[in-house]
Ligand binder design. Structure first.
Ligand code: NAD
Length: 419
């Protein structure tokens, strides 16, 4: 096979994907240019005192891509490799995602260049509080609302909420979502992204005249999202045959005991070494024989290198940006049904929206109410994207972009350009 030069910069990939859809939609050049550029970008450098002595200066970002449809919303990532282009790309994906599921938010993303595993709990809290202070210029319950992502969790959201509240002098739960339930978090938020992935997988299975139950499933990543995905698919009667984390993966062709594995990972800090399993590398894991493959870790995992070797018939993108554009076209030619990130993992932002609504109203819903409303939105969105795919004879990613970008473009045109 001829060598294909792959684009790996996530922002340039996001721009390529937008350009393809701008052409299909015959988007006005001016509108296309507005959508290409983030509305606002903030880079901050801030010191944290280390417990072993000395100070380290960290770099963080908050990018707001587009607020045409409402306040901006998007996760906060703590990862050593994060950079401004990654955050720009993820902010743009959030704009399309909120529009695909038709919730009244624009897109944003934040990141700090740090490996949280290298910090003590006290240092992590100090870093979070100082970063929150630095970006408090641009965040707020009616302007921009962060949430958990790679390397962050509900405790970190609690520190953000507390820091912001201390500055304004009163408690502001709606400044952040993905908080613990005890301080205004929503029932169902912890597993929301995973549940949305399961709903998407069932919808995609029905498109292929089958169901998730009894299917062989492989999950890459065992964090906020990957763990919930593995547990929920196991509960739904799927055979989760392999999972992994950053240290490696585990495989059992008859299906892993996910409750046991969750306990093992909680005790040891990794899935590696789980009894009744064979070790696999992250690279091998993606190419295992299975029905449904769920990348739930990092971007750029399915590439020109491995796309041809993937055996899954359905891929559900729980991670953001796990598939490169070249891999996308290889998978399409192989007849793989791929549900794209901006649809498949939107359950998280949908329940974040519910959390924000509940916080603003100080009126809280039951887990059943939350899950039922999220399922309605996810199923309706899947059907809208599927109908669009059939109408334009395109794959589900292109169709999701058509739905998302056209809604954002319409809002931009309707509002007009100020002044
Ligand atoms: P997390 O930090 O909780 O978990 C990440 C998992 O991936 C961990 O198990 C980690 O060990 C593993 N991992 C890290 N690097 C890896 C590598 N190179 N190879 C294999 N595994 C690796 O993060 P998360 O919140 O679960 O997010 C995972 C993905 O889902 C990200 O792409 C994120 O943007 C996306 N996402 C998260 C949410 C959410 O609600 N948290 C919502 C939508 C999308």
């Amino acid at each position: 096979m001829a060598q294909v030069k792959e684009e790996t910069n996530p922002y340039r990939i996001a721009l390529q994907q937008l350009a393809g859809v701008a052409e299909i939609l015959k988007l006005d050049d001016g509108i296309h240019e507005i959508l290409q550029k983030p509305k606002r970008e903030l880079t901050v450098h801030f010191p944290v005192n280390l417990e072993a002595g000395g100070t380290h200066v960290y770099t963080g970002y908050r990018v707001q891509h587009n607020s045409g449809r409402g306040p901006t919303k998007g996760g906060l990532r703590f990862h050593p490799d994060t950079d401004i282009d990654e955050v720009r790309a993820l902010a743009m994906l959030m704009t399309w995602k909120c529009a695909v599921v038709n919730i009244p938010f624009g897109g944003a993303k934040g990141g700090v260049e740090v490996d949280p595993a290298t910090l003590t709990r006290g240092e992590l809290e100090d870093l979070t509080r100082r970063y929150t202070t630095e970006i408090s210029l641009v965040i707020g319950p009616t302007s921009d609302i962060p949430a958990p992502d790679l390397g962050t969790n509900s405790q970190i959201m609690a520190w953000i909420m507390d820091t912001y509240s201390m500055h304004v002098g009163h408690t502001v739960p709606a400044v952040v979502t993905g908080k613990p339930v005890s301080i205004g978090g929503s029932e169902g938020r912890m597993d929301a992204t995973g549940l949305g992935v399961l709903i998407s997988a069932e919808a995609a299975s029905v498109t292929r005249s089958t169901h998730v139950e009894g299917k062989k499933v492989v999950v890459q990543g065992f964090g906020n999202v990957g763990n919930a995905v593995a547990r929920l698919f196991y509960k739904a009667g799927a055979q989760v045959v392999a999972v992994s984390d950053v240290r490696g993966g585990v495989y059992n062709g008859k299906g892993l005991n996910i409750p046991g594995l969750t306990e093992h990972a909680r005790k040891t800090g990794s899935v590696v070494g789980f009894p009744e399993s064979e070790p696999v590398t992250n690279a091998q894991l993606l190419e295992l024989d299975c029905d449904i493959l769920i990348p739930a870790a990092m971007q750029g995992q399915i590439t020109a290198e491995n796309a041809n070797k993937i055996k899954a018939k359905i891929i559900i993108e729980a991670a953001n940006g796990p598939t490169t554009p070249v891999a996308d076209s290889i998978l399409k030619d192989k007849g793989v049904l791929l549900v794209p990130d901006i649809l498949a993992n939107a359950g998280g932002v949908v329940v974040s929206y519910f959390e924000w609504v509940q916080d603003l109203q100080s009126f809280f819903w039951t887990e059943t109410e939350v899950n039922d409303r999220m399922a309605q939105i996810m199923n309706r969105s899947y059907q809208e994207v599927l109908t669009t795919a059939r109408k334009h004879d395109v794959d589900l990613r292109t169709a999701a972009y058509i739905v998302g970008v056209s809604r954002v473009a319409e809002a931009t045109i309707t509002r007009g350009i100020y002044p």
